[in-house]
Design a protein around this ligand. Structure first.
Ligand code: ADP
Ligand code: FBP
Ligand code: MG
Length: 630
């Protein structure tokens, strides 16, 4: 990830920002106050900073940093003019090594910008320095020198908790709140909100003049301090099924996240907004429903300039791909078919070119509908926009039939994919049951997560063996899958197997190939399984009639079912509400049955996996009756 601190202003936006924020007396006054604070260091920031220092170095980034000389310190100290608490990625601490050998650590803090820790040969004693937001944003211009290239190490921000410390829970919760705070355009701009233009009043019978609270109720405004609880089970023991405990006693710790929905105050003038929508990655049922709802909601706010970017991120820079004007009329019926009205693509994402294009097209809001890769791209775009001080909101909507996005109850399209998959399973079942020694084998998608296979097995009730990437197994030997198939043919006369595409990769030769987006191209376990079954029964001289069904693309090219269509509607609408509320670098999801906003980096740290100790996997095993294959 390249974090460039250099960058130009968008002329129109820079002007309007100054105008709206009244960047005169009030901002100057604030700056004066902050300048007075500069010499002092916040004791809270200092102690928090020390609490999370860790030696666990993970990924490497490159950053261009303006080197500044801080007046009165007598030492060269680096300055980060445009870094704020959200530019420092999810990792709480970022360590920089200047060419001169000086070391700087950045740490993001809740409510404040960053803390810097410097050390160099000239400064033997390491010191935490807590700059004001103004300094981070604007730097000390008169001392600015040429940018220097630095190696940046992101250090794991995981809290090292001491459970004997009575305040560990408070520290954990403060860290959680910091991680799940939402980046907002006022982090980089001093902007005053305006009253929202989102109103449903025109569609309703007025309840009486002057009743402001009932009007608010009718419009369904969400208070900015509303939160939803992410986890609701209090595990009494770490051995409870699926237990996720923080301390050895499994103490109750609250995990609050921001509630999604329309706010009474907004940070954009709808009439001036240009909004763009892009769909990236693989297809997924419901893409068109989300596009449609984003357009409807934007229009409800009063946005007139809405465009679609064709064929994923590629549409931002590939010559010949023109943006598509969108309106209620254009998108009215697109939900009636599967696929993406805008087209999708993998690969080719160059963040700086995309942001150049966003700047050139004068886009104020970008809605990215995509999976974990697209979210990583959206976050990189969001960070680059911040570096360039562009007033642009980047809001994502998680899309993947794999259902592998962290924290989400489910992603849209997953339900439909499961429904389609169980139709394929039913065909395999009928074929197997109707044949002498019939074996049905169905391969379903799921790169690293077996959710579709597990849920389709559960919903169909016709599966004898379900194999997923998260649970290892052997094919051969006394406890292997093939032996069990033999047993099933002997006892019930037929069997049906469901495999996720990412299952059993350890049993196959790795290709090391990747797709255009850098996703590993998996070896085909379905075909491998087909060959193994045929060979096994041939070798032992038992007749077996195998029917192999691969419905993978059929499952994701179809139209969203009723449940997904509703989910798409809510997520699409909330994405627009999030952008108007001034958030950027966020995604819209459903967690623990509530609709919420989450900061993008938190949902893409890893793909979500089936927990082999979860009740759901246990239920699947109960349903199939399969043994452990070891
Ligand atoms: N780490 C990343 N940083 C920036 N862009 C990325 C990253 N990973 C993927 N992308 C881009 O996001 C888009 C979609 O990614 P992909 O993995 O194909 O699908 P999905 O979003 O469904 O996971 C592609 O254009 C890809 O180049
Ligand atoms: O053939 P493609 O388009 O590369 O897609 C294959 C992949 O797409 C998926 O359906 C969804 O993946 P994404 O969420 O990354 O789009 C995977 O299950 C599957 O491995
Ligand atoms: Mg993906």
């Amino acid at each position: 990830m390249a974090l460039s601190l250099a960058g130009g202003h968008h002329p129109r936006r820079a002007a309007s920002c100054g105008r709206r924020s009244g960047q005169t007396a009030s901002l100057r006054a604030k700056r004066e106050t902050r300048r007075d604070d500069r010499a002092g260091r916040s004791p809270l920031a200092l102690s928090l900073a020390r609490a999370v220092v860790s030696d666990d170095l993970s990924s490497f980034y490159t950053i261009r940093l303006m080197q500044e000389r801080i007046q009165g310190s007598g030492a060269d100290r680096p300055e980060a003019p445009y870094l704020d608490r959200h530019s420092v990625t999810r990792s709480a601490i970022v360590e920089l090594r200047l060419i001169s050998g000086q070391t700087v650590s950045f740490m993001s803090l809740s409510g404040m910008t960053v803390a810097l820790k410097t050390s160099s040969s000239s400064v033997t004693q390491q010191q935490w320095w807590h700059p004001t937001r103004d300094q981070c944003q604007y730097g000390l211009r008169k001392f600015r020198q040429r940018p220097v290239l630095l190696r940046v190490k992101a250090i794991s921000g995981k809290l090292d908790l001491d459970f004997s410390d009575p305040s560990w829970k408070q520290k954990y919760q403060e860290d959680w709140d910091r991680r799940f705070s939402l980046p907002h355009i006022t982090d980089i701009y001093d902007l005053e909100p305006r009253t929202t233009t989102f109103s449903l009043k025109k569609n309703r019978t007025p309840l009486g003049d002057g009743d402001v609270s009932s009007t608010d109720m009718r419009n369904g405004y969400v208070n900015k301090d509303d939160r939803a609880l992410l986890k609701v089970i209090k595990y009494a023991s770490p051995n409870s099924a699926g237990a996720e405990c923080i301390d050895p006693d499994c103490s109750w710790v609250e995990h609050w996240v921001h509630r999604a929905g329309p706010r009474k105050e907004i940070y954009y003038e709808p009439e001036e907004v240009k909004a763009a929508i892009v769909t990236c990655g693989g297809l997924c049922p419901g893409l068109n429903d989300v596009i449609r709802q984003i357009v409807f909601t934007l229009e409800t706010y009063g946005v007139k300039n809405i465009v679609g970017i064709p064929f994923g991120y590629r549409g931002f820079f590939e010559k010949g791909l023109k943006e598509m004007p969108l309106s209620r009329d254009v998108v009215e019926n697109i939900n009636l078919s599967g696929g993406s009205f805008l087209g999708v693509s993998r690969g080719g994402a160059k963040t700086s070119e995309i942001v150049d294009s966003i700047q050139a097209r004068r886009i104020d809001m970008l809605f990215v509908i995509g999976g974990n890769g697209s979210h990583a791209g959206a976050n990189a775009i969001h960070e680059e926009c911040r570096k360039r001080k562009l007033k642009v909101s980047i809001v994502a909507v998680p899309k993947t039939i794999d259902n592998d996005i962290l924290f989400m109850d489910k992603t849209f399209g997953f339900d439909t994919a499961v429904e389609e998959a169980q139709r394929a399973i039913n065909s395999a079942y009928i074929e197997a049951r109707s044949a002498y020694h019939g074996i049905g084998l169905v391969k379903l998608m799921g790169r690293s997560s077996g959710f579709i296979a597990m849920h389709a097995s559960l919903s169909s009730g016709q599966i004898d063996v379900c194999l997923i990437p998260e649970v290892s197994f052997t094919l051969d030997g006394e406890h292997g899958v093939l032996q069990h198939l033999e047993h099933l043919l002997n006892t019930k006369g037929f069997c049906v197997i469901c495999v996720a595409e990412g299952a059993g990769q350890d049993l196959l030769q790795k290709s090391n190939a990747t797709d255009a987006s850098g996703n590993v191209i998996l070896s085909d376990f379905g075909v491998h399984m087909q060959q193994k079954i045929k060979k096994h029964f041939k070798d032992i001289g038992v007749p077996a009639d195998l029917k192999y069904i691969d419905p993978t693309y059929m499952v994701r090219a179809c139209r969203a079912n009723a449940s997904d269509a509703i989910l798409c509607t809510v997520l699409g609408q909330n994405a627009v509400h999030g952008a108007f509320a001034g958030f950027s670098g966020i995604t819209s999801g459903v967690c623990n049955t509530h609709y919420v906003y989450l900061p993008i980096p938190e949902v893409i740290t890893t793909p979500k996996h089936v927990n082999p100790n979860s009740r759901m996997w246990h239920r699947c095993l109960t349903s199939t009756g399969q043994p452990d294959f070891h």
